[in-house]
Design a protein around this ligand. Structure first.
Ligand SMILES: Cc1cc2nc3c(=O)[nH]c(=O)nc-3n(C[C@H](O)[C@H](O)[C@H](O)COP(=O)(O)OP(=O)(O)OC[C@H]3O[C@@H](n4cnc5c(N)ncnc54)[C@H](O)[C@@H]3O)c2cc1C
Length: 406
């Protein structure tokens, strides 16, 4: 029951709504900034276990692994991750294929694979090192009132907070975005992404594989201990069909589609499915409000970049807040928030456009187009410098890293 009148308004420096991977990343990046931060999370994260692993996994590109290291999160993760040193992509409808190796860009890995639960735990441990960050869970916001000098936030528990800035990190269906009356551009792929843990016959040798089937991409991602995680995007009808199969029948269909990679799949765990949508908020910022992560943009998981974009949003916003404080600026002011938005927009728009182009390219079934696609992949595979530039981009290694977060 709400205990109205019992609580006095508390003044804090930042309120973050949503304690998923991106909201916690922002709090972790700012934990030693001296700011009093409150994170409000509606529900504790519930992993969906498949062969004992959380079947929601994320590929984190090397540029973001470097960021996790720089803010002290990596120490809680390093023994829990799968390494991705190569990636093979091939066309399920043609001969064409392409291989990317970390050594082509002078790295030992392209990125890592981890269970979402582990990233959330690691961020939480990092935050626990500070007394300045409060994570309230389970807790919800009842109302938000935007005022000229700050935002007033009433919580389910009855607490009342006043802050110069509120951040929406509450996911693709952001409640805060709706409260701020911000509309979205959206594209429903009419697909679901089926995820599960699977065991290949042979070692995956730290190689991620993606096969573009005409029904959608199927990815095999290298996890720790030679297990793999699959992300299989398929039309809603096909996905429901796949979800309804017995374990044995699913394994047979999966083996047919993966085409013998890693000697085939010998066991598949429990399956779960997520609807696939691309979405972009019409405004990433408003006075006293910034959106980060899926609340601002969500993309098709075919290249595993969604949370990577969100982690970079969190870091850039953290940097702008730290800088604003250093120069006595109000970090809820549009001047500061616009700097955040301007830095993030090119990366977000480029990534969204590339995902859309890739998705469309592999949806087309005209024989001439399929041939051309095969030739294009072959040409890219031999394209030396262009290929390395593409890899630098995809791994986030050529993006500026926030410089002064300590
Ligand atoms: C099948 C699939 C595979 C994917 N694979 C990858 C991958 O390999 N690599 C990658 O980079 N990305 C991947 N993604 C995308 C990635 O999962 C998302 O981009 C990421 O989860 C976004 O994180 P977030 O913190 O912004 O939002 P969310 O993960 O949605 O977290 C939002 C949080 O806010 C909380 N919340 C919601 N409403 C409220 C409220 N009103 N009050 C308080 N709290 C609230 C929620 O409980 C949740 O904890 C994948 C997505 C799918 C569907």
């Amino acid at each position: 029951m709400k205990k109205a009148g019992v609580f006095q308004t508390e003044y804090v420096d930042l309120v973050i709504v949503g304690g998923g991977m991106v909201g916690l990343m922002l709090a972790a990046a700012l934990r030693n900034s001296g700011l009093h931060i409150v994170v409000i999370e509606r529900l504790a994260y519930q992993p969906v276990l498949s062969m004992g692993l959380d079947c929601r996994v994320s590929a984190i590109v090397q540029g973001n692994v470097n960021i996790l290291k720089s803010i002290g999160v990596w120490q809680y993760l390093e023994d829990k991750v799968g390494v991705m040193s190569s990636m093979r992509i091939w066309d399920g409808q043609e001969q064409g294929g392409i291989r990317f190796d970390a050594e082509e860009i002078g790295q030992d890995k392209l990125g890592i694979l981890l269970e979402n639960q582990h990233l959330i735990d690691a961020l939480q441990h990092t935050i626990d090192e500070s007394h300045d960050v409060e994570v309230l869970c389970p807790e919800s916001v009842v109302s938000v009132v935007w005022k000229k000098q700050g935002v007033q936030v009433s919580l389910e528990s009855g607490r009342m907070l006043n802050a110069p800035l509120i951040v929406g990190a509450d996911g693709a269906r952001s409640w805060l975005r709706t409260q701020a009356d911000i509309d979205v551009f959206s594209r429903d792929y009419e697909q679901k992404g089926i995820v599960a843990t699977v065991k290949p016959r042979f070692s995956h040798q730290n190689t991620a594989c993606q096969r573009f089937l005409h029904t959608g991409p199927l990815a095999l991602l290298p996890m720790k201990d030679d297990m793999c995680s699959i992300v299989w995007s398929a039309s809603n009808d096909r996905a429901d069909e796949l979800l309804g199969l017995s374990d044995e029948a699913f394994l047979d269909v999966l083996n047919l589609e993966v085409g013998g990679i890693f000697g085939g799949i010998v066991e598949a765990g429990k399956r779960a499915a997520f609807p696939l949508q691309a979405q972009l908020a019409r405004h990433m910022v408003r006075p006293r409000l910034a959106l980060i992560g899926d609340a601002a943009h969500s993309i098709h998981p075919l290249a595993g970049l969604g949370v990577n974009l969100g982690l970079r949003d969190a870091m850039v916003l953290a940097q702008e807040i730290v800088d604003a404080r250093k120069f006595d600026e109000d970090w809820g002011d549009m001047g500061v928030l616009t700097r955040y938005m301007r830095q993030r927009m090119p990366d977000v728009l480029m990534t969204m456009a590339s995902m859309e182009a890739l998705h469309r390219t592999f949806q087309v079934r005209w024989p001439a187009w399929i041939k051309l696609r095969g030739l294009g992949m072959k040409a890219l595979g031999n394209a030396g410098v262009v290929k390395s530039l593409l890899m630098q981009n995809a791994t986030g290694l050529n993006l500026p890293v926030p410089y002064a977060i300590e």
